[in-house]
Design a protein around this ligand. Structure first.
Ligand SMILES: O=P(O)(O)OC[C@H]1O[C@](O)(CO)[C@@H](O)[C@@H]1O
Ligand SMILES: O=C[C@H](O)[C@H](O)COP(=O)(O)O
Length: 956
């Protein structure tokens, strides 16, 4: 390594800081701040004090950027230019500061021929134990900052040391930070040397590469002194010797590290590199501000002065040293005494190895915590600047739940779970196949990149003059388009969007009659391509469209399906106008921001570019760099998860203001199908109008979704006062619906993690499908569905149940049966009314009125659902979720039926088979389930059923 300076030093300089140079030591500043650089203060230190470098770390940036308003103008202008996550914002600000400091230090770099003049920027502290991640980040930052006098700071953990070797071999200047022990230092010096050797072996030049090893000092005394004080206070027999070691161990440790440096410098191995003009990796004394006021405020500068070293000094210590620091060649003084100090420390079991080991870990987590705070502060500023452009999220929680959520936030931050979600790390959930279902995280960005294909579709649809779009699909494939169509309304010049997700023959007919078949664009949407409903709906509408158009209607059909599905080949065979593809790594219920929502949106004239651009803001708000406490997706998920797991508040009661009222149906399928399994989960309760607190149990969380300046539901205040958690999401306008989609998707994934389930499968839905298939196949073979026997019959009503339920309900009168059934409902339960009838205004009103009567009489949550629609939505949770549902399935004779072309059955048969399959699985799962079948007039039957239910639930 280089020659030491040997003249009598310190004599000629007025400024002791400048005098350090004469001892071969370079003073660097452990501080960075924009105003400091901009005001010329940094330059002044360079000019007047001989400052020769700058270091930063996450804690320093936290102070600089995280507090005050100095960076606000730049944050504002960056956000005007486009969507940026908190992490992107931080990095842009930090890099600007680093570059500005690099510019100030460039003359030093030139004068010292690359010995000094460096500015250090640390890789993300989250990567401290991730070699590959650190290497990638070091390369990225090196390239982005693009300054010769930059040093990339890498933590000296075992994983970091491996990255150091790679980075050096790549030609990146490295400052290895968080070094506390001699062993760790030896490992990074080895990494540096072998990195250089690797370069040299490849014939690459090595003279330009600079590196420092940041050996931390005062933090060691902080820990060791603390232990000494504790033992002295406890009356340790070695109290006097222990006291004599106070404030000595850290310096002794540093002195011995320097001795190791000298040994290596003398080695043949180093000399070989030196002959190729390699620069030594200098020791840099870090953590040199005095923390214990009992010591001199310049202790860790004065005692560590020596050749070929750096001391990065915090501003206060820098000023103090300028004021009263003394120069002497202290580093090589009393080396034997240093050895003795360390030997004594060992003899007295002060456990330096344990302390330094812990300091590395503590240092990494402290920097991570600082980074969390910094990113949190940037996220808050971002939110303020974006203001109305972002959906507003707020939560009003009872104190205990608030504490539970805060504890979860901390553990999410500590365990890096937000980042792990984005890294698609399945261990956030059950460690199962979750990682393969997370492409919804990236889909907004991806679709925005390719938005022109959607815009082209929009233009083509418009120019072809379609009057209607009829979308055929189920669950995620229909409910997303439905809420988009209903929320945005019909766009001028574009067709009206209708969504059909039923096998009820009457409903199929109603839809057929409500469109102009000659001017209708049909969209068949099925990710799997194998779902029964869209396939038979396609068969029917192909047939009627062919008849209406008098030719093969392929040009009137679009398919949206996953690549390689059966639907793709059907669409190809039938020469569909377009086939749009989904992403096989996105499940149906998370698909709304993929083509499954966007194709119908574009085709019906929604400005998808604007929609996606707005949605991207929320994607960034929920991004990997948004810590839990400022990440709305995490917040909402933790609230829902904690409310369910800690307080059994698992009925997510959805309220949505006018204009956005259909969002609840989409939300139901997302929440219920994702979380309702293994006996756990959240039960969404949609469209249940609010009443007074005395009608509710303690099992609710209210989610109020407001559009524009809609007022919150007036009954919420009383509920909140009564202790119910209330979460509010306010969408500035309908375009922010995409933001709501994303935040709920993220929250559902987070809630799934809290519930410890896989939120991306739907095991019990699959069972219903199997049961249904058995029945439709039996029908196709025999011409009838297998016979079934009612356990009771009363007028127009026949009652069906499995043996266990029959046993509990064995009455003969309709009211008595219903009384027995609803008599099984207790606090914390919910009642599910599952109607397999046409879903129209009348039936919806009927079901709604009935559910409210049940809610008010029994004081439990109620779900009012239509089959088979809910089978692809809440059906999963009813079967697989908590066993708190009491179900009344309602079936009826069909007034008329429609055959399905090419299949050996009718829509009515399919619907009946679906109801029976559904009931079979509910029963198999041991649910309290009763089926009532109405014969004759549906209208009369429903009316009579209401009367009977009313009598059954009447008190007394
Ligand atoms: O789009 P597909 O494959 O037809 O599925 C429709 C729906 O059925 C389910 O797979 C099960 O209900 C949903 O997740 C999905 O949205
Ligand atoms: O690079 C330097 C370090 O980040 C710094 O010196 C740490 O010092 P501290 O112990 O005062 O935080």
């Amino acid at each position: 390594m280089g020659d030491t300076i040997s003249k009598t030093p310190g004599a000629s300089v007025a400024n002791v800081l400048q005098g350090l140079a004469e001892y071969g030591q370079s003073p660097w500043l452990d501080f960075i701040q924009r105003s400091f650089t901009e005001a010329g203060s940094l330059k002044k230190l360079v000019d007047e004090d001989g400052l020769r470098g700058v270091t930063s770390n996450p804690a320093i940036f936290e102070k600089a950027i995280g507090s005050g308003t100095e960076y606000d103008p730049q944050i504002r202008s960056l956000l005007k230019e486009g969507a940026l996550s908190p992490g992107d914002l931080y990095e842009t600000l930090a890099i600007d500061d680093i570059r500005a400091a690099c510019a100030e230090l460039r003359p030093v770099f030139d004068e010292t021929k690359g010995l000094d003049g460096y500015v250090s920027l640390e890789v993300s502290p989250y990567l401290a134990f991730d070699t590959e991640g650190t290497i990638a980040e070091a390369r990225r930052l090196w390239k982005t900052v693009d300054r010769e006098n930059l040093m990339i700071k890498i933590p000296g953990t075992a994983e970091g040391a491996k990255a150091v070797r790679e980075a050096i071999a790549d030609g990146i200047n490295v400052n290895v930070t968080l070094l506390f022990s001699l062993d760790a230092y030896k490992a990074v010096l080895e990494a540096y040397i072998s990195g250089l050797e690797e370069r040299a072996a490849k014939g690459e030049e090595i003279s330009r590469i600079a590196s420092v090893a940041s050996f931390f000092v005062s933090r060691i005394d902080g820990k060791i002194d603390g232990e000494i004080d504790r033992r002295v206070a406890a009356g340790d027999k070695d109290a006097e010797t222990l006291k004599s070691l106070r404030g000595k161990v850290a310096i002794a440790n540093a002195k011995l590290a320097y001795q190791y440096y000298l040994d290596i410098k003398a080695s043949d191995r180093w000399k070989a590199l030196a002959s190729k003009s390699a620069q030594p990796q200098r020791l840099l004394w870090a953590s040199t501000g005095t923390k214990d006021k009992a010591y001199s405020d310049v202790l860790y500068v004065e005692e560590l002065i020596g050749p070929e070293t750096v001391n990065t000094i915090p501003p206060a210590t820098f000023d103090a040293f300028r004021d009263h620091g003394k120069l002497r060649a202290s580093l090589t003084e009393n080396v034997e005494e240093a050895r003795h100090v360390l030997a004594e420390a060992e003899r007295l079991s002060l456990d330096l190895a344990g302390v330094t080991d812990k300091l590395v870990k503590d240092g990494c987590s402290a920097f991570s915590a600082s980074f969390d705070t910094l990113l949190g502060a940037v996220a808050e500023k971002r939110e303020i600047v974006l203001g109305q452009r972002l959906l507003q999220f707020s939560a009003d929680l009872p104190a205990e739940l608030r504490d539970d959520v805060a504890a979860l936030e901390n553990s999410w931050n500590q365990d890096g779970k937000v980042r792990r979600v984005w890294e698609k790390d399945a261990s956030v959930w059950t460690g199962g196949p979750e990682g393969s279902w997370l492409n919804w995280l990236d889909i907004v960005q991806e679709r925005l990149k390719n938005v022109s294909e959607l815009e082209a579709l929009a233009n083509d649809v418009k120019s072809r003059g379609f009057s209607d779009i009829l979308l055929l699909g189920m669950g995620g494939s229909s409910l997303g388009p439905e809420v988009l169509g209903a929320t945005f309304g019909q766009a001028v010049g574009w067709p009206k969007l209708h969504v059909l997700d039923s096998t009820d023959p009457q409903q199929v007919k109603t839809f057929e009659q409500s469109v102009d078949l000659k001017k209708t664009l049909f969209i068949v949407a099925s990710k799997s391509g194998g779902t029964l409903e869209p396939n038979i709906l396609f068969a029917h509408f192909w047939d009627v469209a062919e008849k209406a158009l008098g030719k093969a209607p392929g040009e009137h059909f679009i398919a949206i399906t996953d690549p390689g599905s059966k639907m793709q080949s059907v669409a190809e065979e039938h020469k569909f106008w377009h086939i749009f593809y989904g992403d096989a790594k996105i499940g149906g219920r998370f698909s709304v921001l993929s083509n499954f929502g966007l194709v119908p949106a574009a085709a019906s004239g929604i400005d998808v570019r604007e929609f996606l651009t707005s949605t991207l803001l929320m994607v960034d708000s929920c991004g990997a760099s948004a810590p839990a406490q400022v990440n709305p997706g995490v917040q909402l998920g933790l609230i829902l998860g904690a409310a369910a797991t800690c307080y059994r508040r698992d009925k997510v009661t959805i309220l949505a203001s006018d204009g956005i009222e259909t969002v609840g149906a989409w939300l139901e399928q997302l929440i219920a199908e994702s979380t309702g399994k293994e006996g756990k989960g959240l039960i969404p309760i949609d469209e249940e109008t609010l009443t007074t607190p005395d009608h509710y149990g303690t099992d609710r969380v209210f989610v109020d979704i407001l559009l524009g300046d809609a007022k919150p539901n007036s009954r919420l205040a009383a509920l909140r006062e009564a202790g119910a958690p209330v979460v509010t999401l306010r969408l500035g306008d309908e375009v922010q619906l995409g933001q709501a989609f994303f935040v709920f998707e993220f929250a559902t994934a987070v809630a799934g993690s809290v519930l410890r389930i896989d939120p991306f499968d739907q095991p019990d839905v699959e069972f219903s499908k199997v049961e249904t298939r058995k029945l439709t196949s039996a029908y196709a073979e025999t011409g009838s569905l297998p016979a079934e026997t009612a356990f009771a019959q009363d007028g127009a009503f026949s009652f069906y149940a499995d043996a266990k339920n029959t046993e509990a309900l064995k009455e003969s009168d309709v009211v008595e049966i219903l009384k027995a059934h609803f008599g099984r409902v207790s606090a914390g339960d919910y009642v599910g009314l599952l109607a397999y009838v046409e879903r129209d205004k009348e039936t919806r009103e009927w079901l709604q009125a009935l559910r409210l009567e049940v809610r008010d009489a029994l004081k439990v949550a109620t779900a009012a659902e239509f089959g088979p629609r809910f089978l692809h939505s809440t059906g999963q949770a009813y079967k697989g979720g908590p066993d708190s549902g009491v179900f009344l399935q309602i079936t009826a004779d069909d007034a008329a039926d429609i055959p399905v072309p090419g299949y050996g059955f009718t829509f009515g048969v399919v619907k009946a088979a679906q109801a029976r399959g559904d009931f079979e699985v509910l029963s198999n799962r041991g649910r309290r389930a009763l089926r009532v079948h109405i014969t004759g007039s549906l209208e009369e039957g429903l009316k009579a059923l209401s009367t009977a239910v009313r009598s059954a639930i009447k008190k007394g």
